[in-house]
Design a protein around this ligand. Structure first.
Ligand SMILES: N[C@@H](CCC(=O)N[C@@H](CS)C(=O)NCC(=O)O)C(=O)O
Length: 237
């Protein structure tokens, strides 16, 4: 079998989506670790040549170079079908993709809106927005689709769960810097988080609250550099 290589870092929630997927599949892979430090993030040339976005994660396998975390995860699920991380039926897969799209748009806009907004008025706006979006996830997602199972679409953990999880692990950051926490009435989301944390794949990638709080210190004061901060700055403006 060809070697799997993942450009990754412990700080990156997007790469965490993929690390969990690889562990779920029981796949060995080589980590190509990059530390984003310094004024230019010190991105090595080999990395810049690999991906047009200059963002991780990037997966290299059998001559393929795949980027964008949720796309990487679908690629992994297609190339290594067992255990499946997408539902077998087309409607189930469509629902999973609906929620992955929501995760990458409204959900992440809420997350970055709360942490990156600097003026109090904007912070309050995003805190209220994000609380509403979490309630929408509770109501339209878990309540309607999970059918009593612990995961987004029921008994089977899917790529939809993986898309949300790393950011919800980082809610300690929103609490610490902005006093934002999951609304009390999001009881299903809280139970879902517990179920996710019990999975060995998730436990293997879990970092402490202190770790995350330190990683986001520049985001909280508007000093984060790099493409990701620039991208979200435009979205939340
Ligand atoms: N949409 C991308 C986002 C990936 C992303 O933002 N990765 C961050 C690290 S967590 C990155 O590589 N940032 C580089 C930069 O900001 O220049 C994905 O889902 O893979």
């Amino acid at each position: 079998m060809s070697k799997l290589e993942l450009v990754t870092s412990d700080i990156c929630p997007f790469a965490q989506r993929t690390r969990i997927a690889l562990i779920e599949k029981g796949l060995e892979y080589d980590s190509l670790e990059i530390e984003f430090v310094g004024d230019s993030f010190n991105k090595p040339d080999w990395f810049l040549k690999l991906t047009p976005t200059a963002q991780m994660p990037v997966l290299k396998y059998a001559g393929d170079v795949i980027y964008e975390s949720d796309i990487v995860n679908e690629y992994i699920d297609e190339v290594f079908p067992e255990p499946a991380l997408m539902p077998k039926d087309p409607a189930g897969r469509a629902f999973a993709r609906n929620w992955i799209a929501y995760s990458n748009s409204k959900f992440l806009q809420g997350f970055y809106g709360v942490i990156m907004s600097l003026e109090t008025e904007r912070q309050e706006f995003y805190k209220a927005e994000f609380a509403d979006r979490l309630r929408y996830m509770e109501r339209e997602g878990l309540e309607k689709l999970s059918e009593g199972g612990p995961y987004w679409l029921g008994e089977q953990m899917t790529l939809a769960d993986l898309s949300f999880y790393p950011f919800i692990e980082r809610f300690c950051v929103l609490e610490h810097y902005r006093g934002f926490s999951m609304p009390d009435d999001c009881v299903r989301l809280k139970a879902w988080l517990e179920a996710m944390r019990e999975r060995p794949s998730v436990a293997a990638t879990l970092e402490s609250d202190e770790f995350h709080i330190d990683v986001y210190k520049n985001y909280a004061v508007g000093k984060q550099i790099g493409n990701t901060a620039k991208e979200w700055q435009k979205v939340i403006a």
